[in-house]
Design a protein. Structure first.
Length: 332
């Protein structure tokens, strides 16, 4: 048979038979690569990696056609691909996805490496690649930035049996991803439920008046509750806050009337205080005038000045002494 030697791989249908019967004889003409169940091989042609041979495979190449080098890697214990090899493998080998699992961990995130369903370790931001032959590999991404969770439309009865609709939000950080995932199957669902429980406990044990008098009591109680529940889980609660407290329509009307009545009562109280102060001032003035006739006369003249502001001409008889002592008379 004739063979095209520009193709370095020997692909004859009887190659396995030749290899078994004439193993020694063909070694002078061929390069034989035979791998175990926990080995892979990197095939370089003229110094460039072009192929990845999976475990338990066998390849035969003609010698002298092109420069072929082989690197055999044992992947039984160490299946992580070193950083200097990731780029050449991913960008030069066409069938790399059959043997390699690769995942980019973005900034502000942490990766969890799972091998055959078991979490092995955390991964920092960057490109990571692993040999996935004979094993199942997955990388799960977790955000390390502050995250918000919303508790919306919660219908809760107060201690005095009034129905309130409350919207609440909380901000949290996942500090220890391994701790969280080892204890909780779904951390977000756990946080949501515990925030619900804390909110219902805070509202259901207080009357509406108590809640309105201290508007921060709900935040404080829910924060305390959720912090106690998450302190050993690797989760840090940053803040808890009530966004809205929605009252039923009829309750809004009643409260509006109550507020209006309170404001009217406050206005009346202020008015009475001012009237009392004015009366007290008049009383003090009267006492001063009672003991001082000149002060009384000056007050009369002050009143006279106001009365005569719109009069064009004033005639005064008796001189200054008469003005100060006699009764003033007007003529129309």
């Amino acid at each position: 048979e004739r063979y095209d030697l520009s193709i370095p791989e020997f692909t004859h249908r009887l190659k396995d038979f030749f290899l078994k019967i004439y193993a020694k004889e063909i070694s002078q003409y061929f390069t034989v690569i035979k791998l175990g169940s926990q080995q892979i091989a990197l095939i370089s042609k003229n110094g460039r990696i072009t192929d990845i041979l999976p475990p338990s495979s066998c390849k035969i190449y003609w010698k002298g056609v092109i420069d072929i080098t082989t690197e055999i890697i044992d992947i039984y214990d160490n299946f992580e691909i070193s950083g200097d090899k990731i780029a050449p493998l991913l960008y030069t080998v066409e069938n790399w996805r059959e043997s390699i699992y690769s995942q980019e961990v973005p900034e502000y995130k942490i990766g969890l490496l799972y091998v055959d369903g078991q979490c092995i370790k955390t991964l920092q931001p960057g490109l990571h690649a692993y040999w996935q032959c004979n094993r199942n590999i997955k990388i799960e991404l977790w955000d390390t930035r502050s995250q918000e969770i919303e508790i919306s439309g919660q219908e809760i009865l107060t201690k005095d049996k009034l129905s309130l609709r409350i919207n609440l939000s909380a901000n949290y950080l996942i500090k220890d991803v391994l701790c969280v995932t080892s204890i909780l199957a779904n951390p977000t669902s756990y946080l949501y439920k515990e925030l619900q429980f804390g909110l219902r406990a805070a509202v259901g044990t207080r009357t509406l008046d108590q809640l309105l008098e201290n508007k921060t009591v709900i935040n404080e109680l829910v924060f305390k509750h959720i912090t106690e529940k998450t302190c050993d889980l690797g989760i840090t609660i940053q803040s808890v806050g009530v966004k809205d407290i929605i009252l039923p329509g009829e309750m809004k009307t009643i409260l509006t009337k109550v507020v209006e009545a309170e404001k009217v009562a406050q206005a009346n109280l202020i008015k009475r205080r001012e009237e009392t102060a004015a009366t007290r001032s008049l009383l003090n003035t009267a006492k001063v005038m009672e003991d001082n006739p000149i002060a009384l006369r000056l007050k009369e003249l002050e009143v006279l000045e106001k009365v005569t502001e719109k009069i064009g001409n004033i005639s005064v008889y008796g001189g200054l002494d008469g003005l100060l002592k006699d009764l003033v008379k007007f003529k129309a």
